[in-house]
Unconditional design. Structure first.
Length: 118
């Protein structure tokens, strides 16, 4: 059974940093895209950052230069280093893994709250 477990969320002041981690289990995810999404109250879920199996990354414009996504295929983990956080970054952050060929195969974590105070 596939499980994604996120950790690292919390409350931080504007300008601060947090690092989110997601541990995936249940299969080998080395051929999956791994990503972080977020959803703020009253807004749609949006892609924050993604990393392909060969390490290519892409970021939402709003986080470029501040957030860094990385993965460890040996440990089936993906991390999101978030620096210079802003109140607009406040949201529930979700880990997602998606098969790069059969894209209908994808899994979600339960989410972790990130709150940035001004």
């Amino acid at each position: 059974q596939v499980q994604l477990v996120e950790s690292g969320g919390g409350l931080v002041q504007s300008g601060g940093s947090l690092r989110l981690s997601c541990a995936a289990s249940g299969r080998n995810f080395s051929r999956y895209r791994m990503a972080w999404y977020r959803q703020a109250p009253g807004k749609q879920r949006e892609l924050v950052a993604a990393i392909s199996s060969d390490g290519n990354t892409n970021y939402a414009d709003s986080v470029k230069g501040r957030f860094t996504i990385s993965r460890d295929n040996a440990k089936n983990t993906v991390r999101l280093q978030m620096n210079t956080l802003k109140p607009d970054d406040t949201a529930v952050y979700y880990c997602n893994v998606r098969n790069q060929v059969m894209t209908s195969i994808n899994y979600w974590g339960q989410g972790t709250q990130v709150t940035v105070s001004s």
